[in-house]
Design a protein around this ligand. Structure first.
Ligand SMILES: C[S@@+](CC[C@H](N)C(=O)[O-])C[C@H]1O[C@@H](n2cnc3c(N)ncnc32)[C@H](O)[C@@H]1O
Length: 284
């Protein structure tokens, strides 16, 4: 055990040197992964049989490959999802957006709410809603074939038969559900084309289609989400759309009263930065 602790300390120093933001946590996560235990169970590991595998994982993390690609898992709310190359790694800030939607769905006087997740990626939002809102039916839309395959795997594992995946463009998705949906949620691509993310984990590993929005401000997909939500929601239905912290005002302005929106609100993440806009459509 002392041996493993020494290895973790050495790996932590190497990861810190490479600029990895949470070097100790990541070294422990890699050790836990190669030994097939949880991080909190590392003290039960008695030997270091998986040395080569451990150092291979550390080297990959040193080159700033995302931890989640190395372990093949990402945690989102109460879920452990399969992720890897070709799919966006779900983020903590999106957990707050999903949480807002889950709270609204639980308050709603609707026995079996119908929900749409536009640009589902790994399926993180759609699957959390299905897990946390009993009887909800969720339609998850994803245009990218690689992301679609990851979503499908996660939906088979966690979807409880209540998450339906559609290989469609969010701009014209689900015509069969027009006017029938209780809540539309989306974390679409929104980074403006010229703004290159600083973190190598994002810049070099997240799929471009998941990151970069269309149009000079990167907000064409948010505009498409607004139009699709207007088409799909029943009167009184809710929308929630995530955006970058600098985009609070422009995204707020995309949802106008002239187009039937009310209760339009800019909302913040746990660090109090503008992160998502919510609104209700029409009168119940
Ligand atoms: C930022 S990622 C979010 C993934 C997931 N919802 C999450 O929060 O982790 C955006 C997702 O939207 C998908 N996407 C981009 N443009 C799309 C479009 N026009 N129609 C459907 N999906 C789209 C991307 O492939 C990607 O999976």
């Amino acid at each position: 055990m002392t041996f493993l602790l020494d290895e973790i300390a050495l790996a932590t120093a190497r990861l810190a040197e490479a600029g990895v933001p949470s070097p100790r946590t990541d070294a422990e996560e890699i050790a836990a992964y190669v030994h097939g235990v949880r991080r909190s169970e590392l003290h039960t590991v008695k030997d270091s049989d998986f040395d080569a595998l451990f150092w291979e994982g550390v080297a990959r993390r040193e080159s700033r490959e995302p931890l989640q690609h190395i372990t093949g898992r990402a945690y989102f709310r109460y879920l452990s999802l399969e992720v890897g190359p070709g799919v966006f790694v779900p983020r903590p800030e999106t957990e707050v957006v999903a949480g807002w939607a889950i709270d609204r769905l639980r308050e709603m006087d609707v026995a079996s709410p119908v929900v749409v997740d536009l640009g589902t990626g790994s399926g993180a939002i759609a699957l959390s809603i299905a897990q946390e809102v009993a009887l909800a039916t969720v339609h998850a839309v994803e245009i990218d074939p690689d992301a679609y395959r990851w979503a499908k795997r996660n939906i088979i594992e966690h979807g409880q038969g209540r998450v339906h995946l559609h290989p469609e463009d969010l701009a014209d998705a689900l015509p069969e559900l027009e006017g029938q949906v209780d809540l539309v949620i989306s974390n679409p691509p929104y980074i403006p084309p010229g703004a290159v993310p600083r973190d190598p984990e994002v810049r070099d590993y997240d799929p471009r289609r998941a990151l970069y929005g269309s149009g000079s401000d990167g907000l064409d997909e948010v505009r498409a989400v607004e139009r699709t939500a207007r088409r799909l929601l029943r009167p009184g239905g809710f929308v929630a759309v995530e955006h970058a912290d600098q985009q609070g005002t422009p995204v707020y302005l995309i949802f106008s009263e002239e187009n039937g929106w009310r209760d339009i609100r800019s909302r913040q993440d746990l660090t109090r930065r503008d992160r998502f806009v919510t609104a209700r459509f029409g009168q119940e």
